[in-house]
Design a protein around this ligand. Structure first.
Ligand code: KG4
Ligand code: ZN
Length: 340
């Protein structure tokens, strides 16, 4: 089954053709990051307008690269939630138009579920059940993936997402948006023990995260030094902050893994590109005997191949949209797909 998938939840317009959930025939991404960089973050209205301009060309290119025409496509898939509402609406309406025009099914895909599915492309043998850390710019979740479309949130952030904390700390250090990537590179050159930063926990909730206190602590450290005219090493601050964030993520993940008796650990989302997180997951899983799956670097960030992968399993479970499908800015990953 060939699915043409569309992703427009944030600042990447993407389209891909994916066969049977695992084989990527094409994947095209038009990034707007350069344009948002001058504002230090994504400007929602600009994002929507750029999606509207790019989507026809991106979809056309994805079909061409897959050597397909619309006739070869069996269904259309689109990210419908969560994300920037105006940005999502561009993809949703475009996919709806394709579905109406061709009479082929429209499959709605949850953005975080698609991040998890990036692993099905990277690792053909991976099948649920597993325990997954999903860490992106907007979300930090620990999810028990019981089946392809059946998940339970075990823990989540109470405030900032891990990627957001990386981006804000990096911005305070003068790094360009999205700062998480730059901070990761700079951190490689620094001393992770140069500064002691807090590793906040959430009282009464062993698996939930809280990154806002950690973010504020590093921002205060930078501002206080600036006020005193002391020059801080960006490398040392980045390395210390990265160590603290990764420590919070892995502490809770492995607490949950042990308590739930998980055998397989999976990582997903933009932050799963972080080199220390990848190293630490590899080290701890080896030490504790868990199997570990992490997406290829090119599949960690937003793309449509992962949407096409998850869409296949949504379709098999009967999750097909009506033409009143709407975009939704927030939606839990374990939302009910049953129609009323
Ligand atoms: O999943 P994603 O591409 O978009 C969302 O769904 O949010 O995640 C983007 C986030 C940004 O906050 C970005 O700074 C972060 O992932 N990120 C990283 C790295 N690469 C991307 N954070 C830390 N280290 C990285 N190497
Ligand atoms: Zn994402």
């Amino acid at each position: 089954m060939k699915i043409l998938a569309i992703e427009s939840s944030c600042d990447e317009t993407a389209a891909a053709v994916v066969e049977d959930g695992r084989r990527v025939l094409s994947s095209v991404i038009a990034s707007q990051v350069e344009e948002h960089r001058i504002y230090g973050g994504v400007v929602p209205e600009i994002a929507s307008r750029r999606h509207a301009e790019a989507i026809v060309g991106v979809v056309d290119e994805a079909l061409k690269q897959a050597s397909c025409t619309l006739e070869d496509i069996d269904a259309f898939a689109v990210t419908f939630a969560p994300g920037l509402i105006g940005a999502l609406l561009v993809g949703v309406n475009f996919a709806k138009g394709l579905s109406i025009a061709t009479g082929k099914p429209l499959i709605p895909v949850h953005h975080l579920r698609s991040h998890i599915a990036a692993n099905y492309i990277t690792s053909e043998e991976l099948k649920p059940p597993f325990l997954c850390l999903v860490a992106s710019g907007g979300h930090s979740h620990i999810v028990a993936v019981k089946d392809y479309t059946e998940m339970v949130v075990v823990g989540q952030t109470r405030d900032d997402a891990a990627g957001e904390a990386f981006d804000k700390a990096a911005r305070t250090l003068g790094m360009p948006y999205p700062g998480g990537i730059e901070m990761d590179k700079v951190a490689e050159l620094g001393n992770p023990d140069a500064f002691t930063l807090p590793r906040p926990t959430v009282a009464g909730s062993a698996y939930d995260f809280s990154f806002s206190g950690l973010k504020t602590a590093v921002i205060n450290l930078i501002h206080n030094s600036q006020q005193k005219g002391i020059e801080l090493s960006k490398e040392d601050v980045s390395a210390s902050f990265r160590k603290a964030v990764v420590g919070c993520l892995t502490d809770n993940l492995f607490k949950a893994a042990e308590d739930l008796g998980a055998k397989t650990i999976v990582a997903a989302g933009g932050v799963s590109a972080n080199s220390l997180l990848r190293k630490e997951l590899t080290r701890i899983c080896k030490e504790k005997g868990y199997s570990l799956y992490i997406p290829d670097l090119k599949l960690c960030g937003d793309n449509a191949a992962m949407v096409g992968s998850q869409a296949y399993y949504e379709f098999l479970s009967g999750n097909v949209a009506d033409f009143d499908l709407n975009a939704t800015a927030t939606l839990p990953i374990d939302y009910s797909t049953k129609k009323s």
